[in-house]
Design a protein. Structure first.
Ligand code: HGY
Ligand code: MN
Ligand code: MN
Length: 419
C-alpha cells in the first residue's frame, strides 16, 4: 500500500537528531584514535566490536540479523507481506587506518535511525525494510574494497575474496570465522537475493555541498575506477659494496614508475584522479639494496574513454621504466562510471524538499557499495556535507543537523519504496 504524504512527513519528523548523533559517538569509540578519528579496519577486533553493538541495537529494535558468506550483515524490520522483496539502505562500519567517524558509519546509523523513526511514527510497510552493513568497503586491510557488495552481487567472486590476504598476513576467511565465533549464532543469508530498491547515505567527502550551501546531494552516479597491484622485482645486495652500475634496485625502478605514471595521468581538464597510496619496499633494511617493491594504484576518472585509454597504458609504461628489474602489473578491480536510477533520484529530491533541505545533483568521485547494488535494483545515494570536504582523515567532521537531514531523506525514500 502506498504511504501518504502525511505518513512520509511523519517519518521525517520522527528522525531524532540527538539519538543519531549519540549513535555516531558510541560507534566512534571502537578504534578511536588520539586525533579524534577511528582506525577500524575490516574484521579487526575494533570492527567486530562495532558489529556486535550493531547486533545489540538491531535486537533492541526487535529486528532480525542475518549474515552472508562474506560477512555482510542484514538487519530486517518485517513488512506485512513476508514474501515481498525487501528494500534496503546501508553502508559500512569499517574504516581506513586513519579514518574519520562518519565515512561509512553514517550510512549504517542513518539506517538504524530510520528503523527508530518508522517505529516512532507507527508505520507498517508492505515490504520488509533492511539495513545492511557491508564487509570491507574500504579495502585497506584486504584488497579490493567494496568487497562485500561485490560478492553479494557477484557470488562467483566469493572464493577469490575469501582468500584475500590482509596487510597483516591474516586470511579474510579466518578473520570472518573469528567474527562469526565472537558474534554467536546468526541466521545465514544467501548471496544475491533480490531487492526492490537500495539507497545509501554518506558524507560527501568533497566540498561542493558546503561551497554551494546545500544540505543534500542527490548523487547522479559514481565515476569509474581501475585498481592495480604492481610488483617490481630486483635483487638484494650489500649497499656498501655492490657497485651502483651492477645493482637491480627495486625502489629506484618503482619510484621512476610512480613519477612517470603521475606525468602520464596529468590531464588539462582535471578529470583524472591518480594515487599510489601504498608503496612497500622489501626487505626494508637501510643497508640492503631493495630486492622488491609492491605498490598499489588507485586510478579514477568519470570519462570512460579517457579512463580506458590511460588505464591501458599503465602496464606498458611500467615495463618501459623497469630498468634492470622485472615488473608485474595486475589489475585487481575495474568499474565503469555507473549512473543511479532517475526514479530514486526524483524520490530523493522530493524527500529533501519535504524535509526543507536544499539539494543539488552531483557525481560521486568516491566508490560506494551502492555502485554494486545497481546490478540488483533501482539504486540511489544521498550525500550530506562534511567540513572542508575532508575525508579519509581523522579530522573528518559533519554536523548533527546535516546528518539528521540525510537520515530524514533516506527514511522517507526507503519507506516510499517499501510501500
Ligand atoms: O575509496 C573509496 O572511494 C571509498 O572510500 N571506499
Ligand atoms: Mn565510505
Ligand atoms: Mn572511505
Amino acid at each position: 500500500m502506498a504511504l501518504t504524504e502525511a505518513d512520509l512527513a511523519r517519518i521525517a519528523a520522527a528522525v531524532d537528531e540527538d539519538r543519531l548523533w549519540r549513535m555516531h559517538m558510541e560507534m566512534a569509540k571502537f578504534g578511536a584514535t588520539a586525533k579524534g578519528g577511528v582506525c577500524r579496519e575490516c574484521l579487526t577486533d575494533e570492527d567486530n566490536q562495532a558489529r556486535k553493538l550493531l547486533i545489540q541495537w538491531a535486537h533492541e529494535l526487535r529486528c532480525t540479523v542475518a549474515v552472508d558468506a562474506i560477512g555482510n550483515m542484514f538487519i530486517r524490520r518485517p513488512g506485512t507481506d513476508p514474501d515481498a522483496v525487501p528494500v534496503a539502505t546501508g553502508s559500512h562500519l569499517d574504516s581506513q587506518p586513519t579514518g574519520g567517524k562518519f565515512d561509512g558509519a553514517f550510512g549504517v546509523l542513518a539506517g538504524i535511525e530510520m528503523l527508530h523513526a518508522l517505529d516512532a511514527a507507527e508505520i507498517t510497510t508492505t515490504r520488509p525494510v533492511e539495513v545492511i552493513n557491508f564487509t570491507n568497503e574500504e579495502g585497506g586491510r584486504f584488497q579490493p574494497g567494496v568487497m562485500g557488495s561485490q560478492v553479494y552481487t557477484r557470488p562467483e567472486e566469493l572464493e577469490r575474496m575469501l582468500s584475500a590476504v590482509g596487510a597483516d598476513g591474516v586470511i579474510l576467511r579466518d578473520a570472518l570465522a573469528a567474527f562469526r565465533a565472537m558474534a554467536g549464532p546468526m541466521e545465514d543469508r544467501a548471496l544475491n537475493l533480490p531487492y526492490a530498491g537500495f539507497v545509501e547515505a554518506h558524507i560527501e567527502q568533497a566540498p561542493m555541498l558546503e561551497e554551494t550551501g546545500n544540505t543534500i546531494g542527490v548523487v547522479t552516479g559514481i565515476q569509474g575506477s581501475r585498481k592495480y597491484q604492481v610488483t617490481v622485482t630486483g635483487e638484494e645486495a650489500h649497499s656498501g659494496t655492490m657497485p651502483m652500475r651492477r645493482r637491480k634496485d627495486a625502489v629506484l625502478a618503482a619510484s621512476t614508475m610512480v613519477v612517470g605514471l603521475h606525468r602520464m595521468m596529468e590531464d588539462p581538464a582535471d578529470l583524472t584522479r591518480f594515487n599510489v597510496g601504498r608503496f612497500q619496499a622489501y626487505p626494508g633494511a637501510p643497508s640492503v639494496v631493495p630486492g622488491q617493491v609492491r605498490f598499489a594504484i588507485d586510478f579514477r576518472c568519470p570519462d570512460d574513454a579517457l579512463r580506458e585509454g590511460l588505464g591501458g597504458q599503465i602496464a606498458g609504461l611500467c615495463q618501459a621504466l623497469a630498468g634492470p628489474c622485472d615488473v608485474q602489473v595486475d589489475e585487481i578491480q575495474r568499474s565503469e562510471t555507473t549512473p543511479f536510477d532517475p526514479g530514486v533520484m526524483a524520490m530523493i529530491r522530493k524527500a529533501a524538499s519535504r524535509a526543507d533541505a536544499p539539494s543539488m545533483d552531483l557525481l560521486s568521485g568516491a566508490g560506494h557499495d551502492a555502485r554494486n547494488m545497481t546490478k540488483l535494483c533501482p539504486t540511489g545515494m544521498v550525500f550530506v556535507p562534511c567540513k572542508d570536504g575532508v575525508s579519509h582523515n581523522e579530522a573528518e567532521s559533519a554536523t548533527a543537523a546535516d546528518l539528521a537531514a540525510g537520515a530524514r531523506v533516506v527514511a522517507q525514500v526507503v519507506a516510499e519504496m517499501a510501500g
